[in-house]
Ligand binder design. Structure first.
Ligand code: FES
Length: 110
């Protein structure tokens, strides 16, 4: 059986991420956008729009979604799924906050 073992990795402090904004980290050749909502929820998604690989981290965060800066697709921060009539999804990572430190689970991908 191949269980996916969580691998929590600290990526900075919650205060490093602007409210309704994001910051990026590099994981090997992958760029991950870390998004913070107005309600201080934090999500991690590969920084690659499912439409044409636009940089989601440069998009607008609203509700629990981000709007891609290139062609305005709306992507759910929770599921990574394109919303509305658009179809596609982007890789997501689990996030937890331990005493203000943001950690992502690089051992899991949904
Ligand atoms: S690349 Fe994101 S909407 Fe087109």
């Amino acid at each position: 059986m191949n269980a996916i073992v969580p691998h929590w990795t600290a990526i900075g402090l919650l205060s490093d991420i602007p409210v309704k904004g994001s910051r990026c980290i590099k994981l090997g050749s992958t760029t991950i956008g870390i998004f913070r909502t107005a309600e201080d929820e934090v999500y991690a998604l590969e920084d690659k729009c499912p439409h044409k690989n636009g940089p989601l981290s440069q998009g607008i965060v609203h509700d629990n979604c981000v709007t891609c800066p290139l062609h305005n697709w709306v992507i759910s921060l929770q599921s990574g799924q394109a919303q509305g009539a658009d179809e596609g999804s982007v890789r997501t990572y689990r996030v937890r906050i331990v005493e203000e430190e943001v950690q992502i689970d690089i051992g899991s991908a949904e």
